[in-house]
Unconditional design. Structure first.
Length: 418
């Protein structure tokens, strides 16, 4: 027997947390048992109770087990299983807001034509897996500006009961047009989850996410959230920069006063610099945000709100490298990464010409295990080498915040689950 290469040992006020990033097991050891982890393996094997706990949590494995090989297998199997055709569809790149940080601002606008709508349905039928399962995330631009399109396509899909065994949908919207009538219609169209952005308190949000005419949007979006959250599961995203980082408590107060604490989930994400954004001066560096994210995460959890994602989500690579995952813009171009939408030179095909397998192969054959700096990294099962596009483009090493902050993430996770 041998100790797992993915064990992470964390001191915790006289006790020791052990977290395994592959198995996702977490155990708490007293000082005596923790000391055994630092000495000869025979001492652990002699302690039947400790040995049993470590084995059950994937922290003690057989000598012949190659954990890295197992991780590679799980990664490849999950990516190529293709049980669901998962599409991100932007029926329009038009938007009713004027957000300063939007990376889509310079992109070609327009709404999907009838011809491309028909091609989209053909693409769906031609790429369904054997399970005949379909999932669509409605995206944009602002997808609710193309509600007629969404209605028409969804109704056609729902009517294809012989060709499509199951159809589920989600939506990322700014929420301004999400009135009561629209929410109820979306539910009938199989939309089972909605994400809406609030970038702080009213004053800050209205400065960052105003209408084209400069009018604020916070009050109307909050009103829409209050109704929608009782109909469709709803997540609030907060885009964090140097200006609104300190407003999380104030925003949580607002949500709580509006009786939303138990009705929504919430998470924070950094505003990333973009050559297409109007201003990047407010953006935090990756390391700066990594430290601040822990503060925000702890605030959300301590206040009793539901964090939108599992703190640890290993064995799940970026969707861009999965088979049967595509992003489609209103002009019919097909992509693998949402950050590339609307930039036809980065597409992997189109609805009229089909998939370009020479470009698609870069994503499908992407191998996160070729990166030498990852070979001895204990968080590799969580991040899988980080952002594939960042590595493929050479813009960064793609490493996630987990690498530097794994001990703090584990402490927060443990405090939430004890």
């Amino acid at each position: 027997m041998k100790l797992s290469r993915f064990n992470i040992i964390i001191d915790l006020k006289g006790q020791t947390l052990v977290y395994n990033s592959f198995s996702r097991g977490v155990i708490l050891l007293d000082s005596d048992n923790a000391e055994l982890l630092k000495v000869n393996i025979s001492k652990i094997l002699d302690n039947a109770e400790l040995r049993c706990v470590l084995e059950e949590n994937g922290m003690l494995v057989q000598d012949n087990i190659d954990e890295l090989k197992m991780l590679k297998f799980v990664d490849r199997y999950q990516r190529m299983a293709g049980r669901v055709l998962s599409l991100v569809v932007a029926p329009t790149m038009e938007c009713n807001l004027n957000c300063w940080y939007c990376y889509e601002g310079s992109l070609k606008k327009g709404t999907m034509t009838q011809e491309n709508k028909d091609r989209l349905l053909d693409f769906i039928l031609g790429n369904l897996p054997d399970s005949k399962r379909l999932k669509i995330q409605w995206y944009g631009g602002e997808p609710l500006l193309a509600l007629d399109f969404i209605r028409n396509v969804s109704e056609k899909i729902i009517g294809m009961k012989d060709e499509i065994s199951s159809f589920s949908a989600g939506m990322i919207t700014n929420g301004y047009l999400l009135d009561e009538k629209t929410v109820l219609e979306l539910k009938k169209l199989n939309v089972g989850h909605i994400q809406i952005t609030l970038d702080g308190t009213r004053e800050t949000h209205d400065r960052k996410r105003c209408l084209k005419n400069g009018k604020g949007t916070f009050d109307r979006i909050l009103e829409n959230i209050s109704f929608a959250s009782g109909i469709i599961p709803l997540t609030i995203r907060v885009n964090i920069d140097k200006e609104n980082f300190y407003e999380m408590d104030d925003l949580l107060d607002i949500l709580q006063k509006n009786n939303l604490k138990d009705k929504i989930s919430i998470y924070a994400s950094s505003v990333k610099p973009s050559e297409y954004a109007a201003d990047n001066s407010c953006c935090m560096s990756e390391s700066e945000y990594g430290k601040n994210e822990l503060v925000l995460l702890e605030k959300i959890i301590k206040r009793g709100f539901q964090y939108a994602y599992e703190i640890f989500n290993p064995l799940d690579s970026c969707a861009a490298v999965f088979d049967k995952y595509y992003i489609i813009d209103p002009h019919g171009s097909i992509y693998k990464c949402p950050m590339q939408i609307g930039r036809a030179d980065m597409s992997v095909g189109s609805l009229d010409k089909g998939l370009d397998y020479s470009r698609l192969s870069d994503w499908i054959l992407y191998d996160p295990f070729q990166n030498e700096e990852c070979h001895d990294c204990k968080v590799q099962p969580i991040c899988k080498g980080g952002c594939p596009w960042a590595r493929m483009s050479g813009k960064s090493n793609g490493c996630s915040d987990y690498k530097e902050n794994i001990a703090d993430y584990t402490r927060i996770w443990f405090s939430q689950n004890i």
